[in-house]
Design a protein around this ligand. Sequence first.
Ligand code: ZN
Length: 153
Amino acid sequence: MFLPTRRQSPDKSLLRLRDNWAEPVNFCVKVTDDGNCRAGHKKGQTYEFSWGSPKSLCTESLVGMYPVLHSLRVFGDMRELGSSKRNVRVYNCPSREIKFEITALYRCNLCGTTLPVSDVGVESHQLMCTKPSFPLRVCESCYSKHEDKTIEW
Ligand SMILES: [Zn+2]
């Protein structure tokens, strides 16, 4: 006896996150004030990066600003430290010569579009990866495209 073949439901298709991953947090570090600097920093220089260290950024400053970067990576609110915006923090180098403005850029986890940040937080829709289980911040377009899918790494 043969059972009828069951077709897989088309609206529960699988989205493989590993093939669609966009890094959700990037940093833009801008030199806003310069001075006597052994790393040669000048006002106006900008560095954009995510996990890799940016080329020619002073290593002492990078180490010094790391707690801020980590805090922004987990969506910390910089207003708690006196900043006027939740995703922006000014960092003074250890020699007190160079000022860096650090801005966290939050991106859609699927397409990389920059998500707006308001006083309330990152404005995004949420999808869930089920294997392993963790939330994704996504743009409206990705949300409507993938809301019915099963999402796994
Ligand atoms: Zn998107």
